[in-house]
Design a protein. Structure first.
Length: 198
């Protein structure tokens, strides 16, 4: 009985301590702001205040190279009976600038199909500097007969890309996965001309 009473006393003391810590933590933010305003220690907080008649200035993104522009051409190839095209054919972008372009697709067949896109770049060295943050080429899609879709491609061109490159062509080939589109035939000459193994 004595131990139970002591345990209840301890729990109630711990409860009071927890409540006091919570109250102190809750009151800490307004106390901190009041002290900073009085002493002027937190100079960065002054930029958050709205000054009458002043227009807020957004910080410039230093990762964007505004001194140069690159023309990005968008191309589409479809291996099968469907419509696949970019929403726009060309776009001028600055290296380091986040850009999004849409691609449109429609399954014109009377059957469900699964398909995927593979990207390619011209010039080929641009591929290493063309960073896609979001792309429909990352996965396969299943579309019902007649279904239309729009998919985004969000990309950033690395400012380290050679200044000689002023135009990049992003091309997608859209093909059916495990479908009826026949694979490219193998050359019989290449098989016949193999050197015999010794």
């Amino acid at each position: 009985m004595v131990i139970k009473r002591e345990n209840l006393k301890m729990v109630s003391k711990l409860g009071v301590i927890v409540l006091a810590m919570f109250g102190f933590g809750y009151a800490l933010v307004p106390i901190y702001q009041a002290i900073c305003e009085m002493t002027g220690i937190n100079v960065l907080a002054l930029g958050d205040k709205k000054i009458p008649g002043a227009t807020p200035k957004m910080p410039a993104n230093t990762q964007v190279d505004i001194t140069r522009s690159i023309t990005v051409e968008f191309d589409s190839n479809a291996r099968g009976p469907w419509h696949f095209k970019p929403a726009q054919n060309t776009l001028k972008v600055h290296p380091g600038e986040l850009t999004t372009v849409m691609y449109e697709f429609q399954n014109t067949q009377n059957r469900t199909m699964s398909a995927q896109a593979i990207p390619s770049y011209a010039p080929s060295q641009a591929g290493a500097y063309f960073n896609k943050l979001e792309c429909f080429c990352f996965q396969q899609y299943t579309l019902a007969p007649g279904e239309k879709k729009q998919w985004p491609v969000a990309f950033v061109i690395d400012p380290k890309l050679s200044k000689d490159v002023t135009t990049i062509t992003l091309s997608y080939t859209f093909f059916e996965v495990g479908g009826r589109t026949p694979a490219a035939p193998q050359s019989s000459n290449a098989i016949d001309n193999k050197a015999p193994s010794i």
